[in-house]
Design a protein around this ligand. Structure first.
Ligand code: SF4
Length: 475
């Protein structure tokens, strides 16, 4: 994934972009970058590796190094960004969030025809998404036309932020608004951001949430809509269930409260089945499972507890060693048990989702090793049946690595994939089989998933506006 934040101001833009970008650190763990524009100096840029230490510490000298009334910053899980581009549209800095699935075709069709060439590759021959977006934009005589062209030919998702050499920022929400993008305003100018809480905390008020495909230019004096929003929206439902920061709002729906509602709906279903009588404590698999668990506990009247707590002071989230075995060891070292809340207790945990299940199995084993009588699991979203093809989601995985798919394959081979809908549904024979097979694999005493209807109800938007592809395969 990734996130970005930009400011155009009558004052120094660097402090707000520094903190505003830092507030997007939950969206990526690989690269951080900032670019600024100063009339006397021009465009400046700085990029750091943030794999082993957070954005804030890597950019703490930026106040001495960079200056400008307009600046952008980004957190990225893939390409180092922002890039500085010199083209027919002038010199500009650009950052993107998303994924391009037809990169090769686009290069062949638009950039390498007529003897042209495109040299934007990363180490290992991977195409640099941001550079490809910039090259597509440069095919047209204006930013608005170029961005619209890029959005229309890209298969995938591209949210775009451009810092021009005219003291303005141009932002474009992706074609169907899978990712959010908002504009904030204070007395000195405007900002643009993925997460709204980032600018509200910095004293900006929400001015506008961009619609799908909308393109807006901000200067310190105002905003101009360069391209109006289109109607079709498919905002990513996972923003609420997992990766949006809890204090954020998307399309008017607060993430934290959506998660409470989601947990309440799951508890209501368990209450109907008389299941909750046996449970001593409800807990969340930290961190994003916690608010779903609070909702579950509130509705079921089972006390909420934290039977284990992550040791975070010396293990920042961004620390992600390359080897899976090291990642597992660190995950284990972080989990500190509260023995009196585990020993001889029947525990129910809520996790935001179950992708591969590897980590969850370790967590459950750790609880049993510490004396739990039983560990029940609830997933705050429906079974993930399809890998996401729209976002550069860090938990993205090929379909057969999904625990649902691999279990279905073990149960009845390829044939089973014809019955994905049945497997998703807990009331069917296949649905029950899938749940009990996963329970066996991951050592859960019981397992249930939030239903598709349940998660849509908790978000509260019309289902036609939501992307739910990874759960039901509907485009
Ligand atoms: S497929 Fe899933 S993760 Fe990807 S955009 Fe759609 S809802 Fe979000």
């Amino acid at each position: 994934m990734g996130g970005f934040f930009g400011v155009v101001s009558k004052c120094d833009a660097i402090p707000d972009v520094f903190f505003g970008t830092d507030y997007h650190s939950h969206l990526g763990t690989r690269r951080g970058g900032m670019a600024a524009y100063d009339e006397n100096i021009g465009l400046q840029r700085d990029i750091h590796n943030i794999e082993n230490s957070p954005f804030r510490t890597k950019f703490e000298n930026i106040f001495d190094e960079m200056t400008g009334n307009s600046a952008i910053g980004c957190i990225s899980d893939s390409d180092p960004q922002p890039l500085i581009i010199r083209s027919n549209l002038g010199c500009y800095a650009v950052a993107t969030i998303g994924i391009i699935n037809n990169a090769k075709e686009l290069i062949d069709k638009f950039l390498c025809s007529n003897g042209g060439h495109f040299g934007a590759v990363m180490t290992g021959g991977k195409i640099n998404t941001t550079e490809l977006v910039a090259a597509l934009i440069s095919q047209k005589p204006s930013f608005a036309e170029g961005i619209t062209f890029a959005q229309d030919v890209i298969e995938g998702t591209a949210a775009i932020m451009i810092l021009t050499d005219k003291n303005s920022i141009i932002v474009a929400r992706d074609r169907v608004g899978r990712l959010p993008l908002s504009i904030g305003k204070n007395e000195n100018g405007y900002c643009a951001s993925f997460e709204q809480f980032a600018f509200k905390k910095l004293g900006y008020a929400l001015e506008k949430e961009l619609g799908p495909s909308e393109i807006v230019e901000i200067t310190c004096d105002g905003l101009t809509v360069l391209e109006p929003a289109r109607k079709e929206m498919k905002i990513c439902s996972f923003l609420w269930t997992y990766y949006g920061y809890p204090t954020s709002e998307f399309e008017g729906v607060t993430v934290e409260q959506m998660r409470y509602r989601n947990g309440e709906i799951m508890a209501k279903n368990d209450l109907k089945n008389g299941f909750t009588d046996k449970i001593d404590y409800v807990g969340g698999v930290p961190d994003s499972g916690t608010p779903h668990a609070i909702g579950y506990a509130n509705k079921s009247d089972i006390p909420f507890a934290r039977p284990f707590i992550k040791y975070t002071p010396t293990w920042p989230r961004s620390f992600t060693p390359a080897k899976q075995v090291d990642r597992n060891r660190i995950a284990k070292m972080k989990q500190i048990p509260v023995h009196s809340l585990i020993e001889d207790k029947n525990l129910l945990f809520v996790d935001d989702s179950i992708v591969r299940g590897t980590q969850l199995r370790e967590t459950v084993e750790f609880l049993y090793e510490n004396g739990a009588k039983s560990v029940h699991m609830r997933s705050a979203c429906p079974p993930i049946m399809y890998g996401c093809k729209y976002l550069n989601f860090s938990r993205n995985t090929n379909d057969m690595e999904l625990i649902t798919r691999s279990t279905i394959f073990e149960l009845e081979g390829e044939e089973g994939f014809k019955y994905i809908d049945e497997y998703s549904d807990s009331s069917t024979k296949r649905g029950k089989k899938l749940r009990s097979a996963i329970c066996e694999k991951l050592h859960f005493a019981s397992l249930e998933f939030q239903s598709l209807e349940g998660v849509i109800e908790a978000i509260g938007l019309d289902k036609s506006k939501l992307c739910t592809y990874c759960w039901n395969g509907k485009e």
